[in-house]
Design a protein around this ligand. Structure first.
Ligand SMILES: C[S@@+](CC[C@H](N)C(=O)[O-])C[C@H]1O[C@@H](n2cnc3c(N)ncnc32)[C@H](O)[C@@H]1O
Length: 463
């Protein structure tokens, strides 16, 4: 049979009625993520837009998707003995229905057990035959009966225990133990299962942080200043900030607190020429432009042509006029600009993303050790090629949203060995106890400030 004749996975899939309830939407997303390797955030966004779910129901669907993916391996471990033929042999939608129902029964206090079980049985009846709904009913009622017995075994070796307790792949836990030790790894895996906090960056070209904070308090938004960044505000409750007038008219942007440290590390001064090599969707370029003022230029480059518009739209929204977007491979920038063209360079490199597991829990299941190997080779090449574009005494900032040393301080150590014309510049957040997590640069872990895991190295080009 030729490739074109072979029935696709989609063709084999039974037609299913459009999901209507929060649990149906969550089930559809979880099944797509498992079957197609789709990203949960994009699938969920699309599924919520197509559904008519609003407010609390949309919130429940979101919680069920992220919660179930976050706790996946622990949920499967507990469910396995209850499923006669084993979890692996179930159809994907049945497996995911059991998982999201178990998540409600075991991890959520506010949902009455009978509601979780009845909803699951109704979905199973709608989608499968009598046998499946009977099996789902039996498994979930057994889980409920024996809930108090569901404990992890004692005296497991550290990596196995942490992997099972906090639902992370064991190879990743072993890697982190070898990099950070048992205690820090345990805290990191625990923090990766906590909901991410919401933070916004004030556009200080339009108003001060205190002014925005007072406007928020008048509107009864529970918000406090960030202790990490002078431009940051933590929003503890008050709705979706992307739907506010503050966002629409460019008074704020949504950005994680640790990402806000990057512009402070680049420290652009009036009149400077700054290259942001990997700029899309543009959060850090915008912050750089907000700090630069009216004179100077930020070249916001990205390899993907369609992403230039994302950057331009943000610049228009925020009223920033010093941003120029370009499309190109940062590995080839030397052919576009003469050596020593820029006062500041930011390389916010593509990375494994293992610092943002709280926001994208599927990452921990999707990544493999080889991905870290491959991406670190690209990162070093990007760094070496772009570094020649920096002027003498200029500052180059290298950043990633990962906690992997191979992509962070080990990579910078290798670079500095090969390039004696560079050395570490005065680091940001000096004196912070977390700054000592890395010998070179600043390594923030998710448990340090409840922000994303993030790395920033600040290098200076010597004469
Ligand atoms: C970590 S993201 C950048 C986030 C961005 N700095 C921000 O704050 O919004 C990495 C970006 O690098 C881009 N990229 C990947 N490889 C690249 C390359 N060789 N040259 C230029 N950009 C690249 C990707 O398209 C992606 O948008």
């Amino acid at each position: 049979m030729s490739e074109s004749q072979r029935p696709t996975k989609d063709a084999n899939r039974k037609k299913v009625a459009a999901p209507r309830t929060a649990r149906e939407v969550a089930l559809q997303v979880l099944t797509q993520v498992e079957e197609d390797g789709a990203y949960s955030n994009m699938q969920l966004h699309g599924a919520l837009q197509r559904s008519e779910l609003k407010g609390a129901d949309a919130g429940l669907a979101t919680e069920l998707v992220y919660g179930t993916i976050s706790r996946l391996s622990t949920i499967d471990y507990f469910l396995e003995p209850f499923v006669a033929k084993g979890m692996k042999k179930l159809q994907p939608w049945v497996r995911n229905l059991l998982r999201l129902s178990f998540y409600q029964l075991y991890y959520l206090d506010r949902i009455p057990a009978h509601a979780a079980v009845n909803e699951a049985v109704n979905i199973a009846k709608k989608r499968g035959h009598q046998g499946i709904s009977g099996m789902v009913n039996g498994v979930l009622r057994n889980v409920l009966r024996r809930k108090d017995e569901l404990k992890l075994p004692e005296h497991l070796p550290a990596a196995e225990r942490i992997a099972l307790e906090h639902a992370h792949p064991q190879w990743l836990v072993e890697r982190w133990i070898s990099q950070y030790g048992e205690e820090v790894t345990n805290a990191m895996c625990q923090a990766n299962n906590e909901p991410p906090s919401v933070s916004v960056r004030v556009n200080q070209t339009k108003l001060t942080r205190d002014e925005l904070l007072s406007q928020m308090h008048v509107a009864q938004v529970d918000a406090i200043p960030s202790s990490l960044s002078e431009d940051g505000i933590i929003v503890r409750s008050g709705g979706n900030m992307a739907l506010t007038d503050w966002y629409r008219d460019g008074r704020l942007s949504i950005q994680d607190e640790s990402s806000m440290l990057v512009a402070a590390a680049v420290d652009p001064k009036s009149g400077m020429r700054v290259l942001d090599c990997c700029a899309a969707p543009g959060g850090k370029s915008m912050h750089l432009a907000e700090k630069l003022g009216l004179k100077g230029e930020i070249i916001a480059n990205d390899i993907h042509p369609h992403k230039a518009k994302l950057i331009e739209d943000q610049a228009i929204r925020l009223g920033l006029h010093t941003i120029r977007t370009t499309t190109g491979d940062a590995l080839e920038m030397q052919s576009l600009y003469p050596a020593a063209s820029f006062d500041r360079i930011l390389l916010d490199a593509p990375c494994s993303g293992l610092g943002v597991i709280r926001r994208k829990p599927d990452l921990k299941w999707a990544k493999q050790a080889e991905d870290i190997e491959d991406i670190s080779k690209l990162q070093l090449e990007l760094l070496e090629r772009t570094a020649s574009l920096l002027k003498k005494d200029g500052i180059l900032v290298y950043s990633t949203c990962t906690v992997e040393k191979q992509e962070n301080e080990e990579l910078i150590r290798t670079f500095l060995k090969k390039h004696p014309e560079f050395s570490e510049a005065e680091p940001i957040l000096q004196g912070s106890s977390n700054a000592s997590r890395a010998e070179i640069g600043l390594q923030i872990l998710p448990q340090d400030y409840h922000s994303d895991g993030f790395y920033i190295a600040r290098l200076v080009k010597l004469g």
